[in-house]
Design a protein around this ligand. Structure first.
Ligand code: PMP
Length: 398
């Protein structure tokens, strides 16, 4: 009997499984809308100009690769704070934010989850129904019981705000609420500013712990606009967790650049919280990698590169919006009777299309158009060459 004789085969990651199927599909017309990645109009993963220029500048003065501090590159952590909360914000100036560099947004969520688990092992975690599929697994692996709050309203094609508020009102004090700061994954439906105000009020009244996942800052309305929800929690005087990711906004997926920020009551508290976050990092992987953080810090800290980044991020955002509009008109032109205009009300990379599992399977088998069984499609993978084909395929299965 070997040590591994009873090890069971784990279920395949649904999205990675879809990618494998896509790669094996021989049809030249195939389209992969299952991914959570932005592609340009040529169907290519972009390497941003601002990143290339920052890398060239860094390479011109090469530095040895010693260990970074446990909490990451200081210039990077400061740039994150300025981006998320505002450089001149009271919380940043008063030293109330504890920020650690993390391995992408996922790593940020995990550091936060491990820290919270030590603080309150019996707390429940609430995620949106539905949510990014890793939220549940990540928080339950960290030792929490995970349940959902109402979110998607299929019939109304939007957010079930009353249901969401009712779920939050029913939560026990100390419950950790994972919220998508902008560009909800998978539905694409975000809260309005007024609805955020109502959520902030309930979180405050009930003594819940807000954990904002911000994986798509700049893909919704703009960099500052997409950060507005975070600032509402801060203005309400709440201790808030924010997981930042630059995977999408810098197209630096493989560099694993993210950060966790925790807003505390005062500087002293922030220092103590930071010391605990550092223990979590230290006991998991010691300290974070250098390259991605150095690039992001360079871009955010150099006015010309920062302006270039904003322009390039703006172009990605605009292209996605254009694809949404073309999808709506293209579906109409392809003969779809039902009103698909909800697609242009959705934000970010994804669209919950409202298609059934059977329709999604037909899209794959008959047309080589790959989306998830939930009906989620990545609008950021559409381009001027594949959109007509996708519209005709969807029209055929509807
Ligand atoms: N949160 C959400 C909602 C996401 O969609 C993603 C990426 N798909 C992440 C977190 C993780 O981002 P990263 O790749 O930076 O770990």
């Amino acid at each position: 009997m070997t040590l591994f004789a009873h090890v069971e085969m784990a279920p395949r990651d649904p999205i990675l499984g879809l990618n494998e199927q896509f790669a094996a599909d021989p049809r030249p017309t195939k389209v992969n809308l299952g991914v959570g990645v932005y592609y340009d109009d040529n169907g290519k993963l972009p390497l941003l100009q601002c990143v290339q220029q920052a890398e060239a500048q860094l390479m011109a003065q090469p530095v040895p690769r010693g260990y970074l501090p446990i909490d990451g590159l200081p210039a990077y952590d400061n740039a994150v704070k300025a981006l998320v909360f505002g450089a001149d914000s009271d919380v940043v100036r008063s030293g109330r934010v504890a920020t650690v560099q993390a391995l992408g947004g996922t790593g940020a969520l995990k550091i936060g989850a491990d820290f919270l688990r030590k603080l309150n092992p019996n707390a429940q975690v609430l995620i949106s129904d539905p949510s990014w599929e890793n939220h549940r697994a990540l928080f339950s692996n960290a030792g929490f019981a995970v349940a959902t709050y109402a979110y998607y309203d299929a019939a109304a094609r939007g957010v079930n705000v009353d249901g969401m508020l009712a779920s939050l009102r029913a939560a026990a004090p100390g419950t950790i609420v994972v919220l998508h700061a902008c560009c909800h994954n998978p539905t694409g439906y975000d809260l309005t500013p007024e609805q955020w105000d109502a959520v902030v009020a309930v979180v405050r009244e009930r003594g819940l712990v807000p954990f904002l996942d911000m994986a798509y800052q700049g893909f919704g309305h703009g960099i500052a606009e997409d950060g507005a929800a975070v600032r509402k929690f801060v203005e309400a005087g709440l201790d808030v967790f924010v997981a930042t990711s630059f995977s999408k906004s810098f197209s630096l997926y493989g560099e694993r650049v993210g950060a966790l920020s925790v807003v505390c009551a005062d500087k002293d508290e922030a220092e103590r919280v930071l010391s605990q976050l550092k223990i979590v990092v230290r006991t998991n992987y010691s300290n974070p990698p250098t390259h991605g953080a150095a690039v992001v810090a360079k871009v955010l800290g150099t006015p010309e590169l920062r302006a270039l980044w904003e322009q390039e991020l703006g172009a990605m955002r605009t292209r996605i919006k254009a694809m949404r509009e073309q999808l709506v008109t293209g579906l109409q032109a392809a003969g779809v009777q039902r009103d698909m205009s909800f697609i242009t009300r959705q934000m970010g990379m994804f669209s919950y299309s409202g298609l059934t599992k059977e329709q999604m399977q037909r899209l794959r088998s008959e047309f080589g158009v790959y989306g998830t069984d939930t009906g989620r499609m990545c609008v950021a993978a559409l381009n001027s060459r594949n959109i007509d084909y996708v519209c005709k395929a969807i029209a055929a299965v509807l």
